[in-house]
Structures are given as C-alpha cells and as structure tokens.
Write a protein that binds this ligand. Structure first.
Ligand SMILES: NC(=O)c1ccc[n+]([C@@H]2O[C@H](COP(=O)([O-])OP(=O)(O)OC[C@H]3O[C@@H](n4cnc5c(N)ncnc54)[C@H](O)[C@@H]3O)[C@@H](O)[C@H]2O)c1
Length: 344
C-alpha cells in the first residue's frame, strides 16, 4: 500500500468522473474502488480508470481495508445515510453537495462522524477559486465597510428531459428541492460564506414551468445577521440561462460579479480588483457538466491532506450545513406565507 490515501467512490453517475479526476490529479490520493447499485455504471467507470475494485453494495466497499475515505456521489437524499454507514466503518467521508437535504439527517451525519473520529467534508468547488476567495476576503475583511445589500440572481435552464433523466431529480424525497437545493446551492453557499448567515427570510417558491414536485423558481427577501438586506432569485426555467449574478454593496464599496467574472470592483480606498488567473471555468448555467475539474481536485487533495495531518478539511460538515439551512428557511417561508427566522 502506498502512502497516498485510498479512496472509494460511491455512486458512478454524472459527477463521479470529477471525483476520479480529482483523485488521479492529487499525488496524496489514489482510487481503490468504485460502487454503484447499477453494476454496468460502476464497471464502466472502473474500466475507463485503471480498473479499481468494483462493488454494487456500498456496505461491501466499506469492508475493503484499502479504502480509507469515500466520495459520496449518490442522489442528495442518500448522502447522510451512506455517509453514516461509512463513518461507522471507520472511513472518512467527502460528500457531494448538498451535504444532505434535511437538518435532522445532517446533524446525525455530523454527530456520527465525530463519534467515529473520522473527517467529514463537503464539495463546494467554487470556494477553492481565487475569484471567490478574493471576494470573500474583501467583504469579510471590511473592504466594503458596513454591508448594505447582498444579492444573488441565479438564472439557469434545465429541460424537462433533464428532470426525467434520473428518477430522483426534482423530487422532495431525494433531491430535497429544485432550482435552489440542487443547482442554486453553490451560489447560496457563496452568499452565506461571503455575506454571513441570514437571520430572517420571506420567500415564495413554485414550479412555474416544469412538471416536478419541487420548485423551479424562487424569490426571497433576506435580512442578514450583519443587518444588511438582500434579494435572492433562483430559477431553472428561463430561456437561454442568463447565469448567475452576485452583488455586494457596502457603505464604502461595491463588488459585482457576472458568472465567474468581476464586472465592478470599486472601493473607497481606490485599490481596485485583484489580478486573478484561474484554470477553473464554467458555470453549469445551462449544462450540468459545464464545470471545470480543478475545484474538485483541490478539495480532494485538501481532504486527503486533512486526514494525514489530523486536521479539519477545507469545508467541514458544520460549514456545509449552512447552505441547506438557508434554503430550507426559504422553503418554509414560502410554505407558511410568512417570514421565517434563523437559525431554524
Ligand atoms: N459539485 C457539483 O457541481 C455537482 C454537479 C452535479 C451533481 N452534483 C451532486 O452529485 C450527486 C449525484 O448527482 P449526479 O448528477 O451524479 O446523479 P446521477 O443520478 O447521475 O448519479 C447518481 C448515481 O448514484 C447511484 N446510486 C444510487 N443509490 C446508490 C447507492 N445506494 N449506492 C451506490 N450508488 C447508488 C445511481 O445508480 C447513479 O448512478 C448529487 O448529490 C448532486 O447534487 C454535484
């Protein structure tokens, strides 16, 4: 056995190749096993990637002594269930976003990993990008002065065929929500990371176009704990997918982004935007696989290092919980027709 951390991938669907590439691209990680309940999917991924061991039951993969950590790439509503099994088998767990879809499941997931003494991390690959780190550091470092407005406009497109492509998509039970819980969760996480946690939310959500249980469109008026106000809109049903626009305004400056690009960075101190070069590209606004692989590689490499060094990973479970709580508060407000206070 080499010194690199042995990884198993559970769930060999759309996102699994990003985890394979991240493991292969990290000198401190190696791919040991893959698992899917559909044998052909696991076999195909294995055959294309150096023939790691193939399992069709994640509990069997968890008995593999060479597997030290697992990437959970199953439908969202199974992340905590599979992850808790992994923790109980003594394996470290890196979950795809969202970490799960209910706070009960997430809290049990966090508690079980703590009890087992294993690391729990969650993929939010944009947080590794120099662009978003610079915006976070500027806002949190007070460059904009007292925050006044923090807005997110998340305008994507997913066809009915996309929702019909896997039985779990667009269901409350396994997707946990739609435009926000699946696609918008990245931007919601960025808003919470950059502008801080929300304290009150008044929202309206519905499926306006697609035949799905969950929302394809949502709007929310937000008060952040900092005292700032904000608006959040999310949809997966608008023509041509304009993409996302995140805007941060303070007493002493404004930072506006379109997609992964700064369109305005002006501060009272006159410093201007930092020079940024980043190989990560793509926003998945119209195509779910239009995302660079570098973010996953950075997080997987960090996760392997966190195991070796005995420290927390870049985005631990507690941190990933915040975006789900934010979205669940939006759903709850829409359901009740009144403002909802956080923490839930
Ligand atoms: N970080 C990102 O940008 C990003 C992008 C796409 C998807 N995701 C996330 O990745 C997860 C998977 O999404 P996807 O689009 O790859 O879905 P998918 O349906 O393409 O793949 C999921 C796979 O899990 C398998 N599976 C289901 N139950 C299983 C079980 N108990 N054990 C083993 N395998 C099981 C399915 O057979 C399927 O092959 C979701 O949580 C999604 O939110 C993240």
């Amino acid at each position: 056995m080499s010194g690199a951390v042995g990884f198993g991938i559970i769930g060999c669907g759309v996102i699994a190749p990003w985890h394979v590439a991240g493991i292969k691209g990290s000198s401190n990680a190696r791919l040991v096993a893959v698992c899917d309940i559909i044998p052909e999917k696991a076999e195909k991924l294995a055959a294309e990637n150096g023939n790691p061991r193939v399992y069709t039951d994640h509990r069997k993969l968890l008995e593999d002594p060479e597997v030290q950590a697992v990437c959970v790439c199953t439908p969202s509503g199974l992340h905590a269930k599979v992850g808790i099994d992994a923790a109980q088998a003594g394996k470290h767990v890196l979950s795809e976003k969202p970490i799960d879809i209910t706070l009960e499941n997430i809290d049990a997931f966090i508690a079980e990993t703590k009890k087992a003494g294993v690391n729990l991390g969650c993929i939010f690959q944009r947080r590794t990008q120099p662009l978003w780190i610079a915006v976070h550091d500027a806002v949190q470092g007070g460059k904009l002065g007292k925050m006044v407005l923090a807005d997110a406009y998340i305008k994507y497109y997913r066809s009915q065929e996309y929702y019909d492509s896997a039985g779990w998509r667009g269901t409350w039970e396994m997707d946990g929500g739609g435009a926000l819980m699946n696609q918008g969760v990245h931007c919601v996480d960025l808003m919470r990371w950059i502008a801080g946690p929300p304290s009150t939310i008044y929202a309206r959500c519905d499926h306006l176009v697609r035949k799905i249980e969950v929302e394809d469109t949502a709007v929310a008026a937000i008060t952040y704990a900092s005292g700032a106000f904000g608006v959040l809109e999310g949809t997966t049903s608008v023509w041509n997918a304009p993409g996302h626009r995140l805007e941060f305004h303070g007493e002493k400056g404004n930072i506006l982004l379109e997609g992964e690009r700064i369109v305005k960075w002006e501060t009272e101190d006159g410093e201007g935007a930092p020079e940024l070069v980043d190989p990560q590209a793509g926003s998945a606004s119209a195509n779910p696989v239009d995302i660079g692989k570098e973010g996953h590689r950075r997080q997987i490499s960090d996760f392997a290092a966190s195991i070796v060094e005995g420290r927390q990973p870049m985005i631990p479970g507690e941190e990933a919980r915040g975006a789900v709580e934010f979205i669940l508060a939006i759903y709850e407000s829409s359901r009740r027709g009144e403002p909802v206070k956080l923490p839930l």
